[in-house]
Design a protein around this ligand. Structure first.
Ligand SMILES: NC(=O)c1ccc[n+]([C@@H]2O[C@H](COP(=O)([O-])OP(=O)(O)OC[C@H]3O[C@@H](n4cnc5c(N)ncnc54)[C@H](OP(=O)(O)O)[C@@H]3O)[C@@H](O)[C@H]2O)c1
Length: 322
């Protein structure tokens, strides 16, 4: 049984609906909340309501670099642990085994949130249409919950052409929510200008995905997204283990009886992000979901506040200007 903590943060569109534990105390949270409504409680079943109207579970399970031959098994373990959201991509070459895990999980399709992404090589209207089709052929799914543009490459025409293909697939009911990844503010502004000019055909940005952690807080992008109700997914939320030895993480871990990785994931949740930790190791899959029985206080959050730090551990297409 998880202990539920109270949060005094701005979490837009927060919804609670837990597959693990339900309590009448949460009923009042099962609505579309305004950005300023506090406090909120959450656990592994908590969701955001997206601009599309669909809900996204707040904790995601990442599968980048998860080999296809183990992907079904580890994803099944994640589902058994309580995760209900998997972040895949065409480029990860494991959409098919992840979809097998969805089918073989015994869970209802609508209880699982599956994401894929347009590969950087498939930018532009027609190439993106083909990429989306390939995802359906490979996964055998009837619909995909979220499809993102993986990176802002391909020039303006390529980016807007890809967006147009996503909107059409959304209107056809094949994709429920759409968004972007690795977009800098200049890419977001470009897309917003197109959306504003396209009327009904522009749709809305539901989700943005970026590398975000205390050493890469991306305040400009976060502010842009919050203003528009765009849910913010945080990739590399545990910095691929590279910061495990940081004193601040060791100290906070000791203070709360948690690991450095759990401290980072909790930071991400309390900032209102959707962290996407990846692991192929069963104990780590479980550890990364065991983050609902403690809370970082204001001092802890301050100790993890490095507003001037800009230290990606992954690629960084946000700065590209093609
Ligand atoms: N949109 C994009 O461009 C983009 C880019 C990168 C990532 N992503 C998404 O974000 C997800 C997460 O990012 P990421 O995989 O790069 O980095 P990450 O989740 O920060 O770190 C994953 C690494 O940390 C290890 N690990 C996991 N849990 C641990 C724990 N509790 N203790 C110690 N080590 C632990 C994993 O090892 P084991 O697996 O061996 O356990 C793996 O080597 C990806 O899987 C992907 O879905 C998106």
């Amino acid at each position: 049984m998880h202990m539920h903590t109270r949060l005094g943060h701005q979490l837009p569109n927060l919804i609670h609906s837990s597959p693990i534990s339900k309590s009448s105390a949460f009923a009042s949270h099962c609505h579309r909340a305004m950005a300023t409504q506090v406090p909120h409680k959450f656990d592994i079943g908590t969701k955001f309501k997206l601009n599309s109207g669909y809900e996204i579970p707040l904790l995601g399970y990442g599968v980048y670099q998860t080999p296809a031959d183990v992907a079904e098994q580890v994803t099944l373990h994640a589902f058994q642990t309580g995760y209900r959201h998997v972040d895949s991509a065409r480029a990860y070459r494991n959409e098919q085994p992840v979809a097998d895990a969805i089918r073989n999980s015994g869970l209802k399709r609508e209880d699982i949130f599956f994401t894929s992404k347009v590969p950087p090589r498939s930018m532009g209207y027609e190439a993106t249409q083909k990429a989306i089709n390939s995802s359906f052929v490979q996964t055998g799914l009837d619909y995909i919950d979220l499809y993102l543009i993986h990176a802002p490459y391909g020039g303006k025409e390529g980016r807007l052409g890809s967006w147009k293909a996503l909107v059409e697939a959304q209107k056809a009911g094949k994709i429920r929510s759409i968004g972007v990844s690795n977009y800098g503010v200049h890419h977001l502004d470009e897309l917003e200008a197109y959306i504003n000019s396209a009327g009904d055909d522009g749709s809305k940005i539901d989700v943005g995905q970026w590398e975000i952690h205390p050493w890469l807080p991306r305040d400009d992008i976060v502010e842009w997204s919050r203003k528009r109700g765009v849910a913010i997914e945080a990739y590399c939320p545990i910095v691929r283990g590279e910061r495990a030895g940081e004193e601040v993480l060791q100290e906070l871990g000791k203070k709360h009886g948690k690991t450095w990785a759990q401290v980072l994931l909790r930071w991400s949740l309390q900032k209102g992000f959707v962290p996407l930790p990846k692991s192929v190791t069963p104990e780590r899959i479980e550890q990364n979901a065991d983050i609902y029985d403690f809370e970082l206080d204001a001092d802890d959050m301050k100790a993890l506040d490095f507003p001037n730090s800009y230290a990606p551990c992954s690629w960084d297409p946000t700065t590209s200007h093609d």
